[in-house]
Design a protein around this ligand. Structure first.
Ligand code: KIV
Length: 273
């Protein structure tokens, strides 16, 4: 009789339990093959709305839609079996009120099968977080640099440089925690402030460009793989995918132009004539 091993997907309890323990490993994915590779290594896979910029060529995450998040969330769920999968709520899908947030978050949960949603949570969003959590939807908060607010900020700007800004980021994180967020992404703040927030809140913090003081780190996978010619300063490049792809495509183009194809004999295993 064959022995089947059932892989257990991580739950919100596993993620919460990581507070103060081993750092949480988190990366973004938007498609099934990437999710399959990340699954073995990551505690959390984030289907980030960065998909708008990374995959769809948008200038910011503002243009990302529910349909995009659901399609990419479904692909990542198909490609993974162990990681805890979080799907971003896109700009315009939760800000109006708690009812709007619940209808859209429930749709994401039902149509993708993901384990949680993430909300870029200014203090105003605490009501929405509480509403979702009380109704069965785990929420990850996101404070500091909030890319969906790029038009108010006039660009992607680090946060916490002034005392007022520091206080605001701390307030956002504490509001998210008090509302029931099970974890909080802290983006674009100095390490010391990230450390202070991580100390103040009892849920795990996951840093992006804020990392050593946090309970884990998240990066955009394509950034750390070096797919783009530009990488944010805080990202260590673990690969040079752009060069690898460029060299492979250039070799392919040269082969096609020189009519260097596999022979029928190789392709179809035909007897050599
Ligand atoms: O959209 C995203 O990828 C994010 C980050 C935290 C990486 O929100």
């Amino acid at each position: 009789m064959s022995k089947q091993t059932q892989i257990r997907r991580k739950t919100v309890r596993d993620i919460s339990a990581a507070k103060g323990g081993d750092p949480l490993v988190c990366l973004t994915a938007y498609d099934a093959p990437t999710a399959t590779i990340l699954d073995e290594h990551c505690d959390v896979i984030l289907v980030g709305d960065s998909v708008g910029m990374v995959v769809h060529g948008l200038p910011s995450t503002v243009g990302v839609t529910m349909e995009m998040m659901i399609l990419h969330g479904q692909a990542v769920m198909r490609g993974s079996e162990a990681a805890f999968v979080v799907v971003d709520m896109p700009f315009g899908s939760y800000e109006t009120n708690s009812d709007q947030a619940f209808l859209n978050a429930a749709r994401i949960m039902k149509e993708t099968g993901c384990q949680a949603v993430k909300i870029e949570s200014g203090t105003y969003a605490a009501g929405q977080i509480r509403h979702l959590v009380e109704r069965g939807i785990p929420v990850m908060g996101h404070v500091g640099l909030r890319p969906q607010a790029v038009n108010v900020d006039g660009g992607f700007r680090a946060k916490g440089r002034t005392n007022a800004e520091r206080d605001r980021v701390i307030e956002e994180a504490q509001a998210a925690e008090a509302a029931g967020a099970f974890a909080i992404v802290i983006e674009g703040v100095a390490e010391e402030l990230a450390g202070e927030i991580s100390h103040l809140v009892s849920c795990p913090t996951i840093g992006i460009g804020a990392s050593a003081g946090c309970d884990g780190q998240v990066l955009v996978t394509q950034d750390m793989l070096g797919l783009f010619d530009w990488t944010p300063r805080f990202v260590r490049r673990y690969g040079d995918l752009r060069k690898t792809v460029d060299e492979a495509v250039s070799q392919y183009a040269a082969d096609v132009r020189a009519r260097r194809f596999p022979s029928d004999a190789e392709t179809y295993k035909l007897p050599k004539s």
